[in-house]
Design a protein. Sequence first.
Lengths: 257, 275
Amino acid sequence: MDLIADHISHRFDALDVLDDVSFTVRAGEVVAIVGPSGCGKSTLLSVLGGLLRPSGGAAELRGAPPKDSLNPLTFVFQDFALLPWCTVEENVAFPLEHTALSAAERRGIVDDALRRTGLFDFRGTYPKQLSGGMRQRVGIARALAVKPAILLMDEPLSALDSQTRELLMEDFVRLLADGAMGAVYVTHNLEEAVRLADRIVVLSRRPGRIRKVVPIAMTRSERGDRNVREKLLALQDELWSLIREEAIDAEREVQHA
Amino acid sequence: MLERAPSETPSDIDTKSRPVEFRGAGFTPSTGRASGWIALALVIALWQLAGSAGWVNPLFLPPPSAIAVATYKLAMSGSLWQHLGWSVMRIGTGWLLGTVAGVIVGFAIGLSTLARGVGITFISALFPIPKIALLPLLILWLGIGEEPKIATIALGVFFSTAISVYSGVDAVPRNLIRMAQSFNVPFHAIVRRVIWPGALPSILAGFRITASVALLLVVSAEMIGAQYGIGAFVLQAGNLMQTDQLLAGVVILSLFGLAVGKLINLLEARLLHWR
């Protein structure tokens, strides 16, 4: 199943946030969206996921979702968005509660998602008892439980410390390795984008327009190789050169606001 | 250190180690239960001493022992239970009616644009009215029985409940609602599984306030127009200068308020254990 951004524009009152953004996320592909602060990355993700009606253009799906998918477009949130009154297990089961699945089927799916994310032994704990990294794992397990075709990830690692980010990045690489699931990965961290994406969409400063689409011509498993570090760093430099001037302007704009 | 001690030379400061001065004390008060009970016991002892020693006229301030005796006699005669029973019935019915209506209206205001527009206008206009001032009007409308007293309590409870409920709904993190929407969770399930538990801390805090409002209003209403009830009993005792019985009534009201507070504490511990 493909996800298409078709000439998406959006404005909040008098503020133009996105302007004519078009691209396609093909089945199993990982597309990162980067750009300076306030360029509309998260707004674009909300439009793509159907949580925000755009002022112009549309988000469209092409092709059938996997037959067992319960929620083809599934978000992983920056702030985890866990229900604090529910245990880990209840949080993961939450999106399944209103489905036609039997209790036994739900339990099987939840147990599988908890095992895949290393949370099975923590299923009875509450979010406040978990570290930030573990909380985000619950968010990932909840997303996996509905068998998405495309994960919509809104800066999923930005609230975490660097060691936890590294561990979760390894998890993402593993989860996306077989190409069964695509992803749109919004981030301000160029290293994460280069590490995970097949293509990187660089947005300009507000209103966000596509400045460049940078393909990464190597598999994710190859990117772990020490010999390609130089290439990846060169890519990061290229991306930073595209963003740097506008990032400085965006920072000044925020400071003067 | 901005200034050096005069006895120390620069070379001493460079070579001698000294502890870093602790500056982090204070601003972290903890709840010492024992100190509270000791203070209460001291006040009661002082009060008793003032009465026994004749420092104050017992007609104006009877000693705690006299209040205890009066309470015991009231309990033994059955009068206490009769008055308390009427008050509890009025509070219970009025509180329940006001709470149910307040929760429904509060949720409507929290979830619907139309209800918010209409509801907040009316609540803003009517909330500041002292509800006891409406009792004569309610007596005209509903007669001189229990209905106007119960309606006064219900009105007082309703507004505070509605405000605490819609404030609670407003305070539910929007990211949780968006998360549920992103999983196509139906509206009723979002209300039941996300908004209700998210608003519960504010709703229970509202219960604490409305319990006090109900107690205040029942006493006021009973003082205006009732034969039985703690408010009526306190007024009668005051008219007859039976200050020991008057204060016995006040103590019973205080104990009733404490019991309701404890009940809400239990409810919070049970329903908000995740906090």
